[in-house]
Design a protein around this ligand. Structure first.
Ligand code: AMP
Ligand code: MG
Length: 415
């Protein structure tokens, strides 16, 4: 139990100890960003019949096979079919029907010619291009086939998925519930945000940083406030937190004389799985579980460490509980703008900003990387990862960067 876990071992241990939440029903519009808890089958065909993919003319391929601009083929227009209306007549040899995008194709035809490739001449249409047999027709059921599973459990509900849910008329959607999360800051030196400034105290940043990190996952956590470094008060507040699915306690988790979090968690009967991870910042990190299924994280007190640990460990755990298959932040490869010196033996998460030049992404440190220097976190767009077995990297070296944000100033490609 005293050995250091690697980051990946710690992540695997955590994921093996958390389980998916129960399903709950939410209104369609509240389902965005959630994860489907059941398969969804189509309750109709869409399109319900073959429809035109273009505004144009529904024709018989054999009639116009030889059409060119110089020798157009003339057809008599016998119908005008709009989206939402039904064809009135079968299209016989030598005839065509004007048709709109999404309108059902009439009997007798096999091809649609787009309006740009035609010319109207009185009641006739001239076809000016050689056709492609079967072109511009969307077949019945191309989008959805009645009875077929179209969305499966575990899919994240994006706007595109939500559109399909709307098409199959799911006004209520079954999704995995979000865990309840409690947040507790610990330390005699801490001052609450609503307390007057005391020069001898330190404002509690962690409660609010962790709150915001939870919100970014779609979870609204409960703030339990500040517990002093006193085993009785700490025990009462931790016990309150254990009623939630996840408890985040920051500070007091190291080996200092007043670090009571781990012994108190032990006294509360929590099975501790590890408490040291070979990473910087953030190495005192305790993880345990209760019999009732609460996942307990003892996060380091330093605000940057606490936030980095949240991203590496708490966020994947919460994501996994909410049913996401992709629980880890996306990474890119970037070129380092400058040297990075490091001690070997611990994975280092360096807070960086990202720019792009003609060769790709460039990562530059956000400044002093001390674990108490919150500004390095406030400016960060990502974490550049220096693996545990790497001691230093040089300017120009390629480095993996975990993205904290997804948007950019301008499109990457000229469109
Ligand atoms: P600890 O892990 O309790 O030894 O705390 C490490 C450092 O983080 C100390 O300098 C604490 O003052 C600071 N710290 C602990 N908790 C918080 C918090 N909630 N907000 C800001 N700083 C904190
Ligand atoms: Mg402390």
């Amino acid at each position: 139990m005293t050995a250091y876990h690697s980051v990946i071992e710690a992540q695997q241990c955590i994921l093996s100890h958390v389980s998916k939440m129960q399903a709950e029903e939410v209104a369609l519009h509240d389902a965005l960003g959630r994860v489907l808890a059941e398969d969804v089958a189509a309750n109709r065909n869409h399109p319900p019949y073959d429809v035109s993919a273009m505004d144009g003319y529904a024709v018989r391929f054999a009639d116009i096979e030889a059409a060119t601009a110089d020798a157009p083929v003339r057809l008599m227009v016998v119908d005008d079919i709009r989206a939402g209306s039904m064809p009135q007549v079968k299209v016989l040899q030598g005839r065509a029907a004007r048709i709109m995008t999404g309108a059902p194709t009439p009997a007798g035809i096999d091809t649609v010619i787009r309006v740009e490739d035609t010319e109207v001449d009185g009641d006739d249409v001239l076809i000016l291009v050689p056709p492609v047999n079967g072109a511009n027709i969307r077949p019945l059921g191309e989008n959805l086939r009645n009875g077929e599973v179209v969305l499966s459990q575990g899919m994240e509900i994006t706007p595109g998925v939500l559109a399909i849910l709307a098409m199959v008329k799911q006004q209520q959607v079954s999704v995995f519930a979000r865990p309840t999360v409690a947040i507790l800051s610990t330390g005699d030196e801490l001052e609450g945000i609503d307390e007057p400034i005391d020069e001898n105290k330190i404002p509690d940043a962690n409660s609010h940083a962790l709150y915001a990190q939870c919100k970014a996952l779609g979870i609204t956590p409960t703030l339990l406030g500040i517990a002093h470094d006193n085993p009785i008060e700490l025990r009462a507040k931790l016990a309150q937190g254990l009623k939630h699915d996840v408890l985040l306690a920051s500070g007091g988790v190291s080996v200092g004389h007043h670090d009571f979090v781990r012994p108190t968690l032990d006294a509360l009967g929590i099975s501790m799985h590890f408490w040291r991870v070979a990473m910087r910042p953030g190495h005192p990190l305790a993880f345990g579980t209760t019999e009732t299924g609460c996942a307990v994280f003892g996060l380091p007190g330093n605000p940057v460490s606490s936030m980095v640990c949240f991203e590496q460990f708490v966020a994947p755990a919460c994501k996994s509980m909410m049913g996401y298959k992709k629980c880890f932040r996306r990474t890119i490869t970037a070129r380092l703008a400058h040297d990075l010196r490091d001690r070997a033996g611990r994975a280092h998460f360096v807070r960086v900003t990202l720019t792009r030049d003609e060769t790709g992404y460039v990562a530059a440190s956000t400044g002093t990387q001390g674990s108490g220097v919150l500004m390095s976190m406030a400016m960060a767009e990502g974490f550049a990862i220096v693996p545990a077995d790497v001691e230093s990297l040089n300017a120009g070296d390629m480095v993996t960067v975990q993205l904290l944000q997804g948007m950019d100033f301008q499109p990457e490609v000229d469109l």
